[in-house]
Design a protein around this ligand. Sequence first.
Ligand SMILES: [Zn+2]
Length: 429
Amino acid sequence: MDLVFRARRVVTPQGEIACDVGVIGGKVVAVESHIDSPNVVHLADDEVLLPGLVDTHVHVNDPGRSEWEGFETATRAAAAGGVTTIIDMPLNSVPPTVDVAALELKRKAAASVSVDVGFWGGIVPGNLADLKPLHEAGVFGFKCFLLHSGVDEFPAVTLVELETALRKLATLDALTIVHAEDPHTVRESEPDYAGFLASRPREAENKAIRDVVDLTRRTGARTHVLHLSSSDALSTLGAAKRESLRISAETCPHYLTFTAEEIRDGQTEFKCCPPIREAENREALWRGLRDGVIDLVVSDHSPSTAELKEGDFATAWGGIASLQLGLPAVWTGARERGFHLTDIVRWMATHPARQARLETKGAIEPGKDADLVVFAPDETFVVDRDKLHHRNPVTPYHGRELRGVVRQTWLRGKEVSTTRGKLLRRGEA
Ligand SMILES: [Zn+2]
């Protein structure tokens, strides 16, 4: 063995156990009660060994808007937060990742990364012919919007255009991930939070999700609902799953942490789309996770410059940056509701890896990459924006006490500060 991790608590697919984890050549090769080795990393009594998290919803914005975020800062934040794999969204960078030439520019921009990085492609009006080449070039799937994306260079598709794309992608067995808000239900926002919330009502999500379910059924494609906020849509998603449609859903740390009731006018650091809803909605999302209707929790790390986050709820950038904070934020809420670290690992590592078909990520078991996190689940800390590695550390978490501290992050068997991440292609990892 190159290295053995010895811990009283290791989260494995068989549950939380005391064991040794043996690593050779960057891979986990054994999970056993005792492995002899001269190189043992002993975890302290208050530490738990987790698989590195997989965050499939990250906007790095590089190239083109690297003043919002870049690959170096984003991946450093990921590593500090126990995230060892990210998949980058196709928009907010310029150009957006809607053809192979743009994907190659992304790969160049990501020359220096601290964790492993993969890429989503995009579906926009007119790029149907680019989907197969992008798929073959190694994107993990395709994102589309049903309403204005927030940036003009990544236009929305109509349901007719989406259906055409889904039929094509079904033949490739490629995944389509959808920003599901209905353009005809969303209205112009008011400057205050109540007005913003009313402008993007639950029905906008509910309607769009009914449409996506319908298209999934008609085309046989694999689809995924991004950043679910409306708990009303859980019944639609639950029924689609009982019907064995190939659809999955995610929610994000901010929908599980914050409530509309606590957001005051002017606190635009809380602005995101779809919006953070009422406390009762938040509890229903937790039930959706408990029931398995929501499959995964990923950050939707969507930063901008601090200036663009200023103003009011009609004009400020809609996006919350939380790549470094997702694990403690979700663990804090999960623990209060009686969940365990095995649940966190399922939602934030195993299921995201499965969604992107990252065969070597998302669990501690033989054959997987030795992407490991030493986590102190009982230690608390107060979020200080100055300690975040995000390029623009504007955050609604500032000043909040969270539970769970990432003490070490290991990538393919090396402590993360001593190694580099690599660029992942679908099918290779
Ligand atoms: Zn997003």
